[in-house]
Design a binder for this molecule. Sequence first.
Ligand SMILES: Cc1cc2nc3c(=O)[nH]c(=O)nc-3n(C[C@H](O)[C@H](O)[C@H](O)COP(=O)(O)O)c2cc1C
Ligand code: SF4
Length: 436
Amino acid sequence: MAAYEPVLLRNKGVENSTALKVYESRGGYQALRKALKMNPEEVVEEVKRANLRGRGGAGFPAGVKWGFLPKDRTVTYLCVNSDESEPPTFSNRVLIEIDPHMLVEGTIITAYATRAQVAYIYMRVEFHEQFHILQKAIDEAYAAGYLGSKVLGSDFALECYIHRGAGAYVCGEETGLIESIEGKRGCPRIKPPFPAVEGLFYKPTVVNNVETLCNVPHIIERGADWFTGIGPQHSTGPKLFCISGPVNKPGCYEGAMDITVRDLIEREDMGGGMLPGKKVKGVLPGGVSVGILTADELDMKMDFQDPAKYGLLGLGTAAAVVIDQDTDMRSVLRNMARFYGTESCGQCTQCREGTAWMHTIARRIEADGGRIEDLDIIAETARSMGMMPGLSICGLSDGATYPLETIVKKFHSELEESIRAQSPTETDALAGAVGH
Ligand SMILES: Cc1cc2nc3c(=O)[nH]c(=O)nc-3n(C[C@H](O)[C@H](O)[C@H](O)COP(=O)(O)O)c2cc1C
Ligand code: SF4
């Protein structure tokens, strides 16, 4: 395999990498200078040509999204999504810790391309240290003339603020995030209208993930052809992958999207293999919301297309959690169900009730009152909720259904065995009664 040259993590290990002077000495802010010599439409066009797909979970092409902004707008906002509340996901945090100016530069170029006058970086409240790192970078950028009323002496003006969240998963959903910045409860809005048309303060707004925007300076500096030369045609450019669980080197790694889940676990420059005595039982490869893989499915590619072949929702946040042979799948099921049951904002009946019911059922499966039919009830509940059947305002309920349904489906015999072992008489009687 050809050696991969890190781009997003290129300043990892560099002394004082968060400082402006160090960032500049390594080529930082040259892309901004280049972008300011282009007109905004040319910048949008270059990002479109690169086919930069959003790194926040849905994989929507960034340049196409920017193109949805109304042509005749006067006010435009840019919201940078650094909520990063998806379990096992920490690539945004790593980027901010290592290279906050890369995010600031990406934010400024994106604001220039989309003609945004104000950028809000929405940061999850638990990022205390990262907040100070990023605020210092923003202060340095203002002092150096990269932000403010005349960016690098041009007519382009940009104000940039960090807005700190209050700790809700649903505030990472783009319209929940917008409501939260407006000072309201982070309850997602019905779409359409989409934020590009009616977003923050009901004005045209672009919402993009931190990693998405960190790619922008590199596209401008090196060109769309360079970007499309990395990874498969449908999944171009550098990508960060997180891995956690019983592997030798849990962490955040960079590569092209041609790697497999097995590579992420086993490669020496990535997870470094399983801990001694541990074997893979399952992997949640894209954060938890995309669903689960069995140990026989590790050849799935970490790109935007392959996950669907394995019954998953998508690539998600490309953050994998490895589950080993000693982990009881009933506890994984209950843990997932608890998360979504707690985080549902409650606006949509099927999400509010469905996640709560699935949690109740998963709890009783794990405790000692499980019944074989509970597995079917979870699968059926999961199938009947979400944006996909057109029943919910946001994607949280789809994200809740995939892990639960795929765990029940792919680990059915293990779950069934545990239920039978817990209360054989009752479960057999019940199974008979419901025709199993
Ligand atoms: C429940 C929920 C939580 C989300 N959390 C995040 C998040 O923490 N960070 C993020 O970038 N996107 C998150 N998203 C996706 C955003 O709605 C949106 O698609 C994304 O910020 C757009 O950026 P991108 O196009 O650059 O990926 C979440 C979506 C849902 C449904
Ligand atoms: S799907 Fe769930 S989290 Fe999303 S708006 Fe509806 S109730 Fe709230």
